[in-house]
Design a protein around this ligand. Structure first.
Ligand SMILES: *Cc1c(COP(=O)(O)O)cnc(C)c1O
Length: 384
């Protein structure tokens, strides 16, 4: 195994920032109180939770009461979909989403279909963008919710969120967006974009795992899916994960401070990698050329197995991904790459590199050098 360790899989998860860890630590030891307790131990925890809520709200241009802390992106997506569906079933039973959503959206949608709801899965074009005219045409008198991801986790395509928000507002339909990949990387303003519900997850922006949030616009009708002691305005019962919440808020604060500069830096690295990889014979970029997350590179290389590439890169100390982390265990081609028109072969030849704040120019030199070497040697042994 190589001594070099270059992590290039930030769409799967990110390391906890040292400042985040430092902010969290007291809440595991001396500040261990239950935020629902009335004594000073509890009040200290309550204060920390409410300050964190303010930080998250401000970041989204929302109000603190509109932020519900959850266990992560998956729970936020489930609460948004099931919660809206069940609270509004007297108005209609139709939901619109896209074919390239994360499983945390697609699986709850499938489950809702088993419980008398109808779901339309919008197509995307070859760059991964939904068509807003198609969206508007899909709306019926029974439509209660549109859920379209802010940016895709596999190919990095950024959807036309502001336009979708306008359409939903015009038709008085709730608009939810899974913003897990966009949150902390590109500007999000829930007012300007007419977003009614938004999911985010801490571990995708240098915060701890197991904590996330759902923004729910005031007066949106939603049912809880977890019942108990009535925490989080009754929408998410369970003792607050104080240390996680504090860490998440710290991560948001840091993202807010550094976002613009870091995005510019990552875009430079991203575009350099894309340009170099596209010089390789048979290489093709997946996703959009410009409407793309600053840190996402997704390519297919003809005649090369993504998995073989991943293993060879790992041997040289580099961590990348092929397809999404969730689908790597199955041989089924990624549903996202299939939706943008890739063949099964192109899909299996895909490589995803997602950059992070610790990746340097020198890291990229090494990655590109090794990548070219590995592809050459794989081509020597492959029949292509
Ligand atoms: C990671 C991810 C999720 C799931 O978030 P968890 O906090 O890991 O549950 C949902 N949606 C997208 C787009 C993601 O990238």
């Amino acid at each position: 195994m190589s001594k070099i360790k270059i992590y290039l899989d930030h769409a799967a998860t990110t390391p906890v920032d040292s400042e985040v860890l430092k902010a969290m630590q007291p809440y595991f030891s001396e500040k261990f109180g239950n935020a629902s307790s009335l004594h000073s131990f509890g009040q200290e925890a309550r204060q920390a939770v409410e300050n964190s809520r303010k930080t998250a709200a401000k970041f989204l241009n929302a109000k603190p009461v509109e932020i519900i802390f959850t266990s992560g992106g998956t729970e936020s997506d489930n609460l948004a979909l099931k919660g809206i569906a069940f609270a509004n079933k007297n108005r209609g039973n139709h939901i619109i989403t896209s074919k390239i959503e994360h499983p945390a959206i697609l699986k709850p949608c499938e489950w809702l279909e088993k419980h008398c709801f109808k779901v339309t899965y919008l197509d995307v074009d070859k760059t991964g963008l939904i068509n807003t005219e198609q969206l508007e045409k899909a709306i019926t008198k029974d439509t209660i919710l549109v859920s379209i991801m802010f940016a895709n986790n596999e190919i990095g395509t950024i959807e036309p969120i502001e336009e979708i928000g306008k359409i939903c507002k015009k038709h008085k339909i709730y608009f939810h967006t899974d913003a897990v990949q966009a949150f902390g990387k590109i500007p999000i303003d829930i007012k300007k974009m007419n977003i009614d519900l938004l999911s985010a997850s801490s571990h995708k922006l240098y915060g701890p795992k197991g904590i996330g949030l759902l923004y729910i616009k005031q007066d949106v009708k939603i049912e809880p899916i977890t019942h108990g002691g009535g925490h989080e305005s009754g929408l998410r019962s369970g003792t607050e994960n104080t240390s996680g919440i504090v860490g998440f808020a710290k991560a948001i604060e840091l993202a807010d401070k550094n976002m613009k500069k870091e995005a510019e830096r990552e875009i430079r690295l991203r575009d350099r990698i894309i340009k170099e990889i596209l010089k390789i014979e048979g290489a093709k970029l997946n996703g959009h050329g410009t409407q793309r997350l600053p840190n996402n590179i997704n390519v297919s290389i003809k005649g090369i197995e993504g998995e073989a590439l991943l293993i060879r890169l790992n041997d040289k100390g580099m961590a990348v991904s092929t397809g999404s982390a969730c689908s790597t265990k199955s041989l089924k081609p990624s549903h996202v790459l299939t939706a943008i028109g890739l063949t099964a072969e192109q899909s299996h030849g895909s490589l995803r590199i997602t950059l992070g704040k610790d990746n340097t120019e020198q890291d990229i030199d090494y990655v590109l050098e090794q990548l070219k070497k590995i592809i050459n040697s794989l081509r020597k042994i492959s029949p292509w």
